[in-house]
Design a protein around this ligand. Structure first.
Ligand SMILES: *[C@@H]1O[C@H](CO)[C@@H](O)[C@H](O)[C@H]1NC(C)=O
Ligand SMILES: *[C@@H]1O[C@H](CO)[C@@H](O)[C@H](O)[C@H]1NC(C)=O
Ligand SMILES: *[C@@H]1O[C@H](CO)[C@@H](O)[C@H](O)[C@H]1NC(C)=O
Ligand SMILES: *[C@@H]1O[C@H](CO)[C@@H](O)[C@H](O)[C@H]1NC(C)=O
Ligand SMILES: *[C@@H]1O[C@H](CO)[C@@H](O)[C@H](O)[C@H]1NC(C)=O
Ligand SMILES: *[C@@H]1O[C@H](CO)[C@@H](O)[C@H](O)[C@H]1NC(C)=O
Ligand SMILES: *[C@@H]1O[C@H](CO)[C@@H](O)[C@H](O)[C@H]1NC(C)=O
Ligand SMILES: *[C@@H]1O[C@H](CO)[C@@H](O)[C@H](O)[C@H]1NC(C)=O
Length: 388
């Protein structure tokens, strides 16, 4: 190359480099700005809240429905750097039973002169509507408080959004694990601890359930259904449960079966008594006053009943084996273990045999919880639970 050629060559190289860096800076700037609308100040934004609310006149569903709403709203709080708040005051103020643990979700810290935008998310509302609202979150960033009412499990839908994807990664979560099933135990712990009085009950109870390090706990949750819907289920389904437990865990091959205790919870108390009659060689344990559906059977100021229900739920973190009805309470209680899918059996139908897009199939499944069998729930798609 002569001198002139060399000059052109260097000029060319420099120009390419210039555009390369310029583009890169610009691109990253755009990228960061896009992410920044989710993370305006990297940390918690001041006076910026997102609240899960279940008030006296709201439709909240049972404890499992509420937890679905709580955890999904918590996921959004992480993604938007808003302070997470829970205000569950229907019939009994939740904070009389569960107290904030690592996350201070106490609603009393919210100033009352702030702007509030309400997101009502109902089960029957097409998810797309909510997703549109989600993409509107940037426009909500002047709103001090986003108030989410009623629960459905929407957090696992957030994984698909390309912008949220980046944020999920930034938070240090593996993409596919940013899902209620995998994070539930961790998040439940971050959010909740029992108050001292209930903790004491819990410890005493656990001592009975697992008296020594060899003790094993089989947990059984049987949902009989609300009275008006009870004929949709087998009359004597509990007998199927007992036989399954007997033959699967207590008879064949299990020579240590006497170390198993059986914890039973149900929305009807006689179910637990029936278990006591059936299992003669294994202690059956259940708690009083917990056999209710808090959405339907809790009246005002019945904190003691809510406490019994939550205590059951809380204690089930210690189950070694779970055998449960296809219902939110039982499934979530068992997923709330360090190893969520360990030895978990759900009385249901295999998902791969159910075409839930087909309305006939869908309706006949949910209107007729009969003739089911115990499906080992060891991965998300084994039963129809997180798909809706
Ligand atoms: C939301 O935040 C982004 C980035 O911080 C900002 O550019 C935008 O103007 C804000 N929108 C509103 C409505 O405040
Ligand atoms: C709310 O009130 C506090 C003190 O009473 C004040 O410092 C704050 O600026 C107010 N916030 C708004 C958004 O008006
Ligand atoms: C609850 O127990 C802890 C530890 O024993 C104690 O530090 C705390 O003060 C107690 N809280 C109340 C409200 O009694
Ligand atoms: C449990 O199963 C064993 C073995 O199949 C059987 O002999 C026993 O009768 C069953 N127990 C009850 C209470 O039915
Ligand atoms: C019974 O348990 C012991 C100790 O866990 C084990 O070594 C043995 O193989 C078991 N026997 C049967 C028949 O399962
Ligand atoms: C169950 O409820 C009854 C009636 O309200 C009450 O007397 C009893 O102490 C409760 N039991 C427990 C364990 O909370
Ligand atoms: C829906 O399922 C029903 C019952 O299995 C079946 O008869 C019908 O053909 C299915 N419809 C469609 C569109 O696949
Ligand atoms: C349940 O299964 C039994 C035997 O397989 C059958 O006779 C009965 O009709 C089934 N019931 C329903 C509601 O499907």
């Amino acid at each position: 190359m002569n001198l002139l050629q060399r000059k052109y060559f260097y000029f060319f190289v420099l120009t390419v480099l210039f555009f390369f860096f310029a583009f890169n800076i610009k691109y990253n700037y755009i990228l960061n700005q896009t992410i920044d609308y989710l993370v305006p100040e990297k940390n918690l934004k001041k006076n910026s809240f997102i609240q899960y609310e279940c008030g006296q006149y709201d439709i909240c569903g049972g404890w499992a429905d509420r937890l679905k709403g709580i955890m999904s709203t918590y996921a959004i709080s992480l993604l938007t750097n808003r302070q997470f708040i829970i205000k569950m005051t229907k019939n009994c103020d939740l904070k009389k039973i569960l107290e904030p643990n690592e996350i201070n979700w106490n609603y009393e810290q919210v100033p009352d002169n702030i702007s509030i935008e309400e997101l009502k998310i109902f089960n029957n509302q097409p998810f797309n509507q909510f997703k549109q609202k989600l993409s509107l979150f940037p426009n909500l960033n002047r709103t001090n408080m986003i108030n989410v009412k009623y629960g459905m499990m929407f957090m696992h839908r957030l994984i698909d959004d390309p912008i949220l994807k980046k944020k999920i990664k930034k938070l240090g979560y593996e993409q596919s694990k940013f899902h209620m099933a995998y994070q539930f135990h961790k998040w439940y712990k971050q959010l909740f601890k029992l108050n001292n009085r209930t903790q004491k009950k819990h410890d005493e109870f656990l001592q009975r359930l697992k008296p020594n390090s060899d003790s094993k706990l089989i947990c059984c949750q049987i949902r009989k259904g609300d009275p008006e819907l009870r004929d949709r289920r087998d009359d004597y389904v509990e007998r199927d449960f007992w036989n399954f437990i007997n033959t699967t865990f207590l008879s064949s091959g299990f020579n240590l079966s006497s170390q198993y205790k059986i914890f039973v919870t149900s929305d009807l108390e006689y179910v637990s008594l029936d278990a006591k009659n059936y299992f003669k060689n294994n202690e059956v344990i259940f708690s009083q006053n917990s056999s209710i559906h808090i959405d339907k059977e809790l009246s005002n100021n019945e904190c003691n009943k809510l406490e019994s229900v939550i205590l059951d739920f809380h204690i089930m973190q210690n189950c070694d084996i779970g055998v449960v009805s296809h219902s939110g309470f039982g499934v979530l209680a068992l997923l709330n273990r360090p190893n969520p899918f360990k030895d978990l059996y759900v009385y249901s139908k295999e998902y791969k045999h159910l075409d839930m897009e087909n309305e006939t199939v869908y309706n006949s499944f949910f209107n007729n919880f009969k003739n089911l069998s115990f499906i080992k729930f060891s991965k998300l798609d084994d039963i129809y639970f997180f798909q809706n």
